[in-house]
Design a protein around this ligand. Sequence first.
Ligand SMILES: *Cc1c(COP(=O)(O)O)cnc(C)c1O
Length: 399
Amino acid sequence: MNKLKDKLLFIEEEINNLKKENRFLIPRVLNSAQQPIAIVDGKKVINLTSNNYLAMTNHPEVKKAAIEAIKKYGVGTAAVRTIIGTMDIHLELEKKFAKFKNTEAAILFQSGFTTNVAVCQTLMSSEQDLLISDELNHASIIDGARLAKSPRMIYKHKDMKHLKEILESPQARKARRKLIVTDGVFSMDGDIAPLPEIVELANKYDAIVMVDDAHASGVIGKQGRGTVNHFGLDGKVEIQIGTLSKAFAAVGGYAATTKKLRDYLGSVARPFLFSSSQPPSVVATCIKILDILLKEPYHFEKLWENTKFFKEELKKAGFDIGESVTPITPIMVYDSQKAIKFSKMLFEEGVFALSIVYPTVPRGKERLRTIVTAGHTIKDLEFALSKFKKIGRKLGIIK
Ligand SMILES: *Cc1c(COP(=O)(O)O)cnc(C)c1O
């Protein structure tokens, strides 16, 4: 036992280093369902932190669908998709997502994270390939690029001049395949990738485009079809990634693409071959949410009504809310200690908005990050806004 302790002594030093940088994380704990007003660390708070855009995590019809699926199919598949882990409902959900995204086909993975890893690793399979990535892309794209055999080149955030320079570089010109990867909606700032320009450059220089719509699916475009649809680019982007873990309230991811690429991924993508498939309750949850989303425009409309109201009121109060055009609204603080304090004081007043500091965002770009959902009432948001103003003034963030 002592031996074990001695060999792990260095962890203490690592933790101390993390603590110095505010990077040692002890998350708050949810004691209720994930919902707009939740019990967090035993306290009832207005919850502005989750990705529960459509407020579907605790929806009675959705829960009923999940329970029915458990009754019929049990709780798990106990197999990978390629052995005996493909149930008829997995295929049904893939077809529904393909239709939703206006693509030939779709393929499910265990998370948005593994979907990005799977696609990057599968397509970028040689040192002669080239992966080209926006500098603010999600960590799962960065890790996908690390697991790919190809080299990678990073362009400055949304900088199309820089992307063009990369595409014209000798390395790109001699590449066997080129893959441009971008988040559709960027998760920390809530801004949108300039897809029309990216697609135009990609066509000119013969590159494949992959858009990660984790924060866009169920959120923007017609009925939440995502950024490709938002820009009128249906049929013009080779790969659209979506997650089931945000607006779709459960856990999982998918790539919506051509039938051939879908079948290819299903034969070689490592997370598909070597990690078990999603439990039936998760699949049934997403089928039901997609049905509700298409049948009841109310949820989508309410999400945007709340988003507009919240953003306008924050602006009126004098907060700097960055460049966001989506329900992700950063409240810029530009100081890590102050951002942490802001979040803490809000929590004491019954509002949960998380501070985001280095290394999640660059130093000097510290902020609170808020996401409103379709489930908040205007009264909830007014309560939260009154606390933002009160504490914002106290901390000198607004006048
Ligand atoms: C959240 C997120 C993911 C990961 O999705 P999970 O389903 O939670 O694994 C991938 N990409 C982006 C842009 C995200 O915001």
